[in-house]
Design a protein around this ligand. Structure first.
Ligand SMILES: [Zn+2]
Length: 397
């Protein structure tokens, strides 16, 4: 059994037990506040059942519903919240128009019963919070907080009973406060379910996280569009990307990589749909590793002190920019070559002119995966190698 399923079952059992105790107290005392609290616990049983139904339904494929039946959970939650609000309204009506009420009876016994429900509620809230933090489940943590406010409303009832024992008629006031708690939790459920049913976007923090994960890959040029929504407890993400890749197959494997990374880092993601287009070449950027004299091509890649970057406007190979950048990873201890390769990609390098064959090595893979070419040159002079490249229009040197 899935752990969320187990927690839902435990929640149903706990709340059913609470309903039983509270019903007994309500019958023994005649307190309208306890009746309200009983109805609240009853709605909690229904909410937990809804969660369980949601978990079960979400697993079942349905031919007529290709996007899944996830939203059944939200629909049932919406109906439940309306039921809760109606129950609250009924209690309020009883309190306001019910005339003066006698003081509750069997007070000592009722206080014992209420204390028992307080202890059960507290234990369950602690358990749920622990499970929620263990699994990082926001819905469990939210529910634990809900159970915590349930405890407050039960405390109000306890206070009213103590007041009644002293001859103060606090029962109706307590009932009004309990109804307020009921209405508040119902409104939260109502608003959340309507938001999901209307395909509201995911929260800002999650959107930002997805954006960061996608843009952290140097092969992604930009995100044109990012849509993300909830359905039931699951998240659906759609992305429109521009990739620094010209090869269709490589583009697809990159989108798969991105999809897995998003699913790994963000819980409950059901589907990540990625459309992409390649950047297209309007310019070539040639990188040449050079020595300290800034002219001789370096035998090394990661250890080259400088890189000469030349922008060639396509299709005429007109030089639009020619600059020499210091290798920022020269002092790096680990994975120097790979870091330099990534840095070159960030500088939009499309071709590396090299004296050394990089194929089968880390930097070769990094560049190759992004569709950057590595061309071997025979000349050791940067100007000569560049001239040969332009003369051959990027064909073999
Ligand atoms: Zn509750």
């Amino acid at each position: 059994m899935e752990s969320s399923e187990k927690t839902a079952w435990l929640s149903i059992l706990t709340n059913t037990l609470l309903v039983c105790i509270k019903t007994a107290v309500a019958l023994a005392s005649g307190s309208v506040a306890v009746v309200a609290d009983t109805i609240h616990s009853l709605t909690d049983v229904v909410s937990a059942a809804v969660i369980l139904i949601g978990i079960k339904i979400a697993r079942r494929p349905a031919r007529g519903f290709p996007y899944g039946l996830y939203k059944v959970e939200n629909l049932v939650a919406l109906l439940t919240s309306l039921l809760i609000l109606f129950a609250g309204y009924e209690i309020l009506k009883t309190v306001i128009f019910g005339g003066s009420r006698p003081l509750p009876e069997n007070i000592p016994l009722s206080i014992v019963g209420i204390c028992a429900t307080l202890i059960i509620t507290w234990l369950f809230s602690r358990y749920e919070l622990k499970k929620g933090e263990e699994t990082g489940s926001p819905s469990l943590i939210a529910d634990a907080r809900h159970v915590w406010t349930d405890m407050l409303s039960t405390l109000v009832i306890l206070a009213a009973f103590v007041g009644s024992a002293l001859g103060l008629g606090l029962d109706t006031f307590a009932a009004v406060i309990v109804v307020f708690f009921i209405a508040r939790s119902a409104m939260t459920i109502l608003v959340d379910s309507v938001r999901v049913l209307l395909d509201a976007s995911l929260d800002f923090a999650t959107i930002t996280k997805i954006r960061d994960i996608v843009l952290s890959d140097p092969r992604v040029v930009q995100i044109n569009q990012l849509w993300a929504r909830n359905a039931g407890r699951y998240k659906f993400v759609e992305l429109d990307l521009v990739l620094r890749i010209n090869d269709l197959e490589r583009g697809h494997s990159l989108t798969e990589e991105i999809e897995n990374r998003v699913k790994f880092e963000i819980p409950q993601v059901d589907r990540v749909l990625i459309h992409f287009q390649s950047q297209g070449k309007t310019k070539e950027v040639i990188a040449i590793p050079i020595c300290a004299d800034r002219q001789t091509i370096s035998m090394h890649f990661g250890e080259a002190p400088f890189f000469r970057l030349v922008d060639l406007q396509q299709p005429n190979n007109t030089v639009t920019e020619d600059r020499q950048l210091e290798n920022p990873f020269l002092e790096e201890k680990k994975a120097k070559g790979i870091k330099v390769a990534q840095w070159l990609l960030e500088n939009e390098v499309t071709t590396l002119l090299s004296l050394q064959d990089q194929s089968g090595k880390g930097p070769g893979f990094v560049l190759g995966n992004s569709g950057a070419e590595i061309l071997l040159t025979e000349s050791t002079n940067a100007d000569a190698a560049l001239a040969a490249f332009v003369a051959n229009k990027g064909e073999a040197l």
